[in-house]
Design a protein around this ligand. Structure first.
Ligand code: ARG
Length: 460
């Protein structure tokens, strides 16, 4: 098929150039948005008297036919036609001569910007509900573990006892902010670029507001050069996805660690683990590992698009065709991850006894002892020092804090009385940390986060 832009050319495009410059092999994914945009554009051309009613209707009928052909996989994408925009336009012209009028007051530069924006709106519409579903799963699991005590870590060293619910809800909070970031980015995605044309606008009398309304955009771009030049909205989506993946990778890492013999905090059900081809005893947390691993490709996409856009002169440059593959890959990756981690999480067994036992080990109640001394009037720095001395004494004698006699305690400080023993349990430690956001008020946190995630939360 001859190229839609062949007018000023006397030679055929080299095959190697066709192969190198085509994008149809990946941007075919935009077909739905491209057709939607074209139908709205044709409607506007008709409203403005730029095409006749009959021409518009032929164009729209043709576009709908193409839509059906693509849906039923009858449509043949042709790399010689470069990209999705020209594949659809050429097919339309095959169907009707009126198709030759569709590209009036439009350029592929504003067209592609439109298609990606529509793609991102649809993508966000999938990501946010999946995030909510996963948050709800985490909340439900947390609700059954309000009394499950586990070691809280800093530096991956046992620090202070916390509840499993508290730990899981920390992730729900992170995902809540991730959701906010996607929602916030929508404000900027939601701008119609169509009508910017190649870069400078058009001499024809178009009605951009009409197209915006047809396509559901709440704003139109104010500067036509900006409209075709920037991809910051793609960068934002990938950046938000990178932050989401950073959170995911931390959770995945913990699931990997927790399922080791060394931790033995969880068991992931067989359906969500895989075996080893050589070691018969192995049950590997591959899903979690791959989530951790796929964080790399999402970060890679971010660096890729940032680098593509860096130092590009205004307005459109063909470099920008490189925005699509990273974007599509990121969306596919996070959508899949959100689905599979949600499924897997419902099939994790938490080993409460083991968590409780390890929470009590390793002098995790030392801070409780120091805070006890503070309530008896000792300045915290001194209390820290005294407690440190007691810990050292215990280490030397291979004892735990609660095993000291009251005389031994008193040798370190007279302020310590018999009431210390009731404080030196993990239960007392957890229950006592009632400061806002602390592990002792996790039930209140549950109420707050449920309200944030879903105002109409109801227990099923
Ligand atoms: N396939 C191109 C892209 O993805 C569409 C825009 C092409 N514009 C142009 N003037 N060659 O960026």
């Amino acid at each position: 098929m001859s190229k839609l832009w062949s007018g000023r050319f006397t030679e055929e495009t080299a095959k190697s150039v066709e192969d190198f410059t085509e994008s149809i092999s990946f941007d075919y994914l935009l077909w739905r948005y491209d057709i939607r945009g074209s139908i709205a554009h044709a409607g506007m051309l008709k409203e403005q008297g730029i095409v006749t009613e009959e021409e518009a209707s032929e164009i729209i009928v043709g576009l709908n036919e193409i839509k059906n052909e693509i849906e039923s996989k009858e449509f043949e994408f042709d790399p010689a036609l470069e990209d999705i925009h020209m594949n659809i336009e050429a097919a339309l012209i095959e169907k009707t001569d009126s198709g030759k009028k569709l590209h009036t007051a439009r350029s592929r530069n504003d067209q592609v910007a439109l298609d990606i924006r529509l793609y991102l709106i649809a993508a966000t519409d999938i990501v946010i509900p999946r995030l909510i579903t996963f948050q709800k799963t985490l909340i439900k699991v947390a609700q059954t573990h309000i009394d499950t005590i586990m070691p809280g870590y800093t530096h991956l060293q046992r620090a202070q006892p916390v509840t499993l619910a508290h730990h899981l809800l920390a992730y729900v909070e992170m995902f809540e902010r991730d959701k906010e970031r996607y929602t916030d980015a929508l404000k900027r995605i939601d701008t119609l670029p169509l009508g910017a044309c190649a870069l400078a606008g058009t001499t024809l009398k178009i009605d951009r507001k009409y197209v915006a309304k047809e396509l559901g955009f709440s704003r139109i771009s104010d500067n036509s050069i900006d409209a075709v030049s920037d991809r910051d909205f793609v960068i934002e989506f990938i950046s938000n996805s990178s932050i989401l993946m950073m959170h995911m990778s931390r959770m995945a890492e913990e699931l990997v660690l927790w399922s080791t013999k060394e931790f033995s905090f969880i068991e992931i059900s067989d359906a969500y683990t895989t075996g080893s081809s050589i070691m018969p005893q192995k049950k590997n947390p591959d899903v979690a590992e791959l989530i951790r691993g796929k964080t790399g490709r999402v970060y890679g996409a971010l660096v890729s698009i940032l680098t593509t856009m860096k130092a590009l002169p205004l307005a459109y440059n063909r470099d920008m065709q490189e925005d699509k593959e990273p974007l599509f890959d990121v969306f596919k990756t996070i959508a899949h991850i959100l689905y599979v981690i949600n499924e897997m999480f419902k099939h994790i067994k938490f080993n409460k006894e083991r968590m409780r036992k390890t929470a009590a080990e390793g002098f995790s109640l030392a801070t409780d002892l120091a805070e006890y001394l503070v309530t008896k009037g000792m300045p915290f720095r001194e209390a820290h020092e005294v407690t440190g001395n007691i810990v050292k004494y215990c280490v030397d004698k291979s004892m735990d804090l609660h095993e000291l006699t009251i005389e031994e305690f008193k040798a370190f400080s007279d302020l310590i009385d018999n009431d210390i023993y009731s404080r030196l349990t993990v239960e007392a430690s957890v229950k006592g940390r009632k400061s806002y956001g602390g592990t002792g008020e996790v039930e209140e946190q549950l109420i707050r986060i449920r309200e944030k995630v879903d105002k109409d939360w109801t227990e099923e």
